[in-house]
Design a protein around this ligand. Structure first.
Ligand code: NAP
Ligand code: ZN
Ligand code: ZN
Length: 378
């Protein structure tokens, strides 16, 4: 049996990593093509500033598919994905005053950053100039360069500065996707200053897209959904969208000319943006959130220039803004629409996600990771 992930043996034979840490049952990829298999992760013992979390739920983000399947370039395998983590605190380090065992908490896409650069000091840790430390697949400089392993696991240990409080009023499984899909759409909506009177376009009705609909509605905006799936039209209206447009219907797209202030584009595959720019009003903006592995069709500068349109990107959100988003969701009763899956269903769930067959987020029930049969194959 291979040693658990993150357990490093030094030349003198000492083990660096878990010591009195815990072994976590997990699911992850051993290679780009092999799917998700049972693994064991050695979590470090909580250091002075650390919070140890017993994971209850973890959302399945399309980024997990891109990463584990090697679509974003080479990865450190084995790789345990998962950055929409919700659970309860199980232990805390000696300097942790703001969390106690039993608290419901969450962890999103990052577990550290340099804490010194301009972006970190402004609370924009996701744009850390030295690179944020991702929740999985990243070298963890403050922990011996161990490769971080994510939330498809029974526990995780994270510095308190990167741990979020999840309001008890939110259903914990349905709140998990807020930690990535929620904050990734909340942040650009806030950056644009979306409020009552604005019209927001949401392109792609998947995990991110359906959160964008709910959050934009809660901010008071009118929402138009652009989808490639005829089957999602009535569901989109059910989510609160005011209108739904089939984006492959050229006439329907032309009818939306100059009707939208800001577009949140969540499509996970290359697609032509020019028809969407034409739906924007003067001074409108399109935020592209999806990160397809292949090149996008070229942008027509004329479509931008004639209306002073901004074509922007946006990466998740900072820690303070993520906490603000969780409070906003508690206040407005916003959570994700989820389909709960067990460890054995993860590979099938990935295929269904790629096929667009999910309404709207799969969430792993971490209690299913503890089956003895899975521990045996780890
Ligand atoms: P998802 O649940 O799979 O949703 C993506 C949606 O895009 C699909 O439901 C589908 O919507 C549409 N779509 C997919 N393939 C398409 C195609 N070939 N042509 C047209 N439309 C297509 O994915 P997600 O988890 O929301 O993530 C979306 C993207 O955002 C991924 O690339 C992910 O890596 C990225 N992401 C970025 C950030 C960030 O910080 N910027 C954070 C998280 C995720 P319709 O059926 O409605 O057309
Ligand atoms: Zn994500
Ligand atoms: Zn920094």
């Amino acid at each position: 049996m291979p040693p658990p992930l993150n357990l490093r043996i030094e030349l003198d034979g000492t083990a660096v990593g878990p010591l009195d840490g815990r072994l976590a049952a997990a699911r992850g990829a051993s290679s780009a093509a092999g799917g998700l298999v049972g693994l064991t992760v050695a979590r470090r013992a909580p250091k002075a500033d650390d919070v140890e979390i017993a994971i209850e739920f973890c959302g399945l983000c399309h980024s997990d598919v891109h990463a584990t399947r090697g679509e974003w370039g080479s990865q450190n395998y084995p790789l345990v994905p998962g950055h929409e983590i919700v659970g309860r605190v199980s232990r805390v380090g000696s300097d942790v005053k703001d969390f106690q065992p039993g608290d419901r908490v969450g962890v999103g896409c990052m577990v550290d950053s340099c804490r010194e650069c301009e972006s970190c000091l402004e609370g924009l840790e996701q744009y850390c100039e030295r690179g944020m430390t991702g929740t999985y697949g990243a070298k963890d400089a403050r922990n011996g360069d161990a490769v971080t392993q994510g939330g498809y696991a029974t526990s995780v240990v994270v510095d308190r500065r990167y741990v979020l409080r999840v309001p008890e009023s939110l259903d914990p499984a349905a709140a998990a996707p807020l930690l990535c899909a929620g904050i990734t759409t909340f942040s650009p909506l806030r950056h644009f200053g979306v409020r009552e009177g604005h019209t927001v376009g949401v392109v792609g009705l998947g995990g991110l897209g359906h959160m964008a609909v709910k959050l934009a509605k809660a901010m008071g905006a009118e929402v138009k959904v652009f989808t490639t799936s005829e089957s999602k039209v009535s569901a989109a209206l059910g989510l609160g969208a005011d209108a739904v447009v089939l984006s492959r219907d050229e006439e329907a797209m032309a009818a939306e000319n100059r009707s939208i202030d800001v577009i949140i584009d969540t499509v996970a595959a290359p697609h032509d943006l020019n028809p969407f720019f034409r739906t924007l009003r003067r001074d409108g903006a399109l935020f592209q959130l999806g990160l397809p592995s292949e090149a996008m069709p070229p942008v027509n500068p004329g479509a931008l220039i004639r209306r002073r349109i901004s074509y922007a990107g946006s990466l998740i959100g900072g820690i303070a803004e993520t906490q603000e988003m969780l409070e906003f969701c508690a206040e407005h009763g916003v959570v994700s629409d989820i389909e709960l899956v067990g460890a054995e269903q993860l590979n099938d769930a990935y295929d269904r996600m790629v096929a667009g067959d999910v309404k709207y987020r799969f969430v792993l029930d971490a209690s299913t990771l503890q089956e003895p049969s899975e521990r045996a194959d780890a």
